[in-house]
Design a protein around this ligand. Structure first.
Ligand code: NAP
Length: 523
């Protein structure tokens, strides 16, 4: 083994982000999206098996995944894993570990590059499934798939970088080198709101670093989640390296998290589930060979500050997009708008007027700015928050909604202070709470006044205030004079701290390190 060998076999061109959505007027988009949606409609209603140790596994228990804009339309029926299937998948991954961990990093990276090419080939089709299963608008769905492609391409290159053994120099007549080994079986648990990108990113990171994966997609996004089975099967990943295990988190979640077979858990989802995972995974039983590592990205309560002077047109557009893009169902969505008193009475009515122009309806119609929320539970919870907004503050605008489908009104309300529940709790829907701050200092204090620290933005022409925000607006991703959503892999590593996460930054230069142990050798 010479220090140079490990990852040198594969050279790739430098990483470049895949193209973000070219726009609704783009001729290719205009033609390809309706066709892809129509094609996908001919494939609805199939049954999706689990995928364990390279084999399809069916179960008696199944779950229908429906179109949130029309719950009568069944997008697909998904077999549901129980404890026996969870154990099978963990056993398969554990067995695959014995060989996968020693596959050259460059070879592992090759699988990701091939997977990216396949996803790129199927971009419109994959996005169309999201339009129907998750109620994502064309642009949102397209960018979700390209983000997944970016994760595959970026982590492939990162593994080649990290997989090359590092010469640590010598001391007397001893030479030293440093390299990484995988942590063990990885359980990957993903949310529904970025149904391809987030699951794909976490699985790609685990696989390329040498950890076989048991992937539990969200129950509301398991049809899109199955796209990873198609991709990883087609690129020829060895049996057991990628196992697809849809099933209710309430049934198999704890079992996966508690298993002594597991070395690393990559989770993205709510604070409640994330904290539960962290707590349970921290218990080490006698039969557990190593301490589990938790890669955990959780919720947000993101604020945008509007200072005394800023570009108003840009702010209107970007605040609406941050708050109501994909119905506010993004961890990065703006749910608190903190406006300084001096501009409040001028700006807020302008924002509300602009919001009144936004159309609401099925995401498959590109005229609609906002679509349905994910399911009936979300509809119920968000509606409760809208009622609360009425008692804690004052509703400035509540839109009409279509009769059929899981819609909630686009809602803008004011009159909140940091003590309000609307200023503290993640709503995860199209509800914007506006707060009137005395001045910039109070706006900044309020922006930092939640348990979360995920994203934030400030619109200001005051350079001192922007500089202060860089230091003191304490969030994982801060945006100056732009929307608080839409982070790109590599150039904007994403993730927060406090109750928003453990600071692992998906799509960043340190991410893969969470899946590996460093080792040093001296000779
Ligand atoms: P969730 O309810 O926490 O579910 C996330 C995943 O955890 C799902 O696959 C779920 O399975 C599973 N799960 C449920 N109970 C579990 C348990 N006891 N043990 C293990 N896994 C369990 O979140 P969500 O509604 O899907 O997604 C929305 C949340 O994700 C929001 O809070 C949002 O802010 C956050 N999010 C954060 C980021 C970020 O990067 N920080 C990105 C996207 C979303 P079931 O579906 O079967 O219940």
């Amino acid at each position: 083994m010479t220090p140079e060998t490990t990852a040198a076999a594969l050279t790739l061109p430098p990483f470049k982000n895949d193209r973000i959505f070219p726009g609704l007027d783009d001729p290719t988009v205009r033609k390809a999206f309706p066709k892809a949606i129509a094609d996908v409609r001919t494939k609805l209603g199939k049954t999706y098996p689990l995928h364990i140790n390279g084999q399809d596994v069916t179960t008696d228990k199944v779950l229908d995944s429906v179109n949130p804009a029309d719950p009568d339309e069944v997008v697909g029926t998904i077999c549901q894993a129980g404890i026996p299937e969870a154990e099978q998948a963990l056993t398969a991954a554990e067995k695959a570990m014995l060989t996968w961990r020693d596959v050259e990093p460059a070879e592992r990276a090759q699988y990701l590059v091939k997977a990216a090419a396949l996803a790129r080939e199927n971009l419109f089709e994959y996005a169309a499934w999201q339009v129907l299963e998750e109620g994502k608008q064309w642009a949102q769905a397209y960018n979700d798939v390209t983000e997944g492609i970016d994760f595959l391409e970026y982590y492939a290159r990162e593994m080649i970088r990290l997989g090359t053994r590092r010469d640590m120099g010598s001391y007397t007549d001893e030479s030293n080198f440093y390299f990484y080994q995988p942590k063990g079986v990885a359980v990957v648990i993903s949310p529904w709101n970025f149904p391809f990108a987030i699951g794909c990113g976490m699985c790609a990171a685990a696989i390329v670093t040498g950890n076989p994966v048991v992937f539990k997609p969200s129950s509301q996004a398991s049809v899109v989640g199955h796209q990873l089975v198609q991709i990883f099967r087609q690129v020829g990943l060895p049996e057991g390296v990628f196992n697809y295990l849809p099933g209710p988190g309430s049934v198999i979640g704890d079992y996966l998290v508690d298993s002594p077979k597991v070395g690393v858990i990559a989770f993205t989802g709510s604070m409640e589930v994330g904290l539960r995972i962290i707590e349970r995974a921290g218990r080490t039983g006698q039969d557990q060979p190593s301490v589990k590592k938790i890669v955990c990205e959780m919720g947000g309560k993101n604020g945008i500050i509007l200072d005394e002077e800023f570009d108003e047109d840009a702010a209107v557009k970007d605040v609406l997009y941050s708050a109501f893009g994909y119905q506010g169902q993004k961890c990065s969505a703006c749910s608190r708008l903190i406006v300084v008193d001096k501009v409040y009475d001028h700006f807020v009515p302008k924002l509300v007027e602009a919001a009144k122009q936004l159309k609401i309806g099925p995401a498959e119609d590109p005229q609609n700015y906002m679509g349905p929320v994910i399911d009936q539970n979300a509809q119920r919870t968000i509606s409760q928050y809208i009622n609360l907004a009425q008692t804690e503050g004052k509703i400035l605008y509540r839109s009409e909604t279509p009769d059929k489908g899981y819609y909630v009104p686009l809602t803008i309300a004011e009159g909140f202070t940091p003590e309000s529940r609307l200023a503290q709790e993640e709503v995860f829907g199209p509800v914007l709470a506006i707060m009137r701050a005395r001045d910039f200092d109070q706006a900044l204090e309020w922006a930092n006044s939640t348990r979360f620290a995920l994203t934030g933005a400030i619109f200001s022409k005051n350079q001192d205030h922007l500089d202060t925000a860089v230091r003191q607006f304490r969030v994982g991703n801060l945006y100056l004079n732009r929307a608080s959503v839409g982070a790109l892999v590599k150039v904007q590593p994403f993730g927060g701290f406090k109750m928003s996460g453990v600071g692992t930054k998906a799509g960043g230069p340190d991410y893969l390190l969470h899946f590996m142990y460093p080792r040093a050798v001296t000779q």
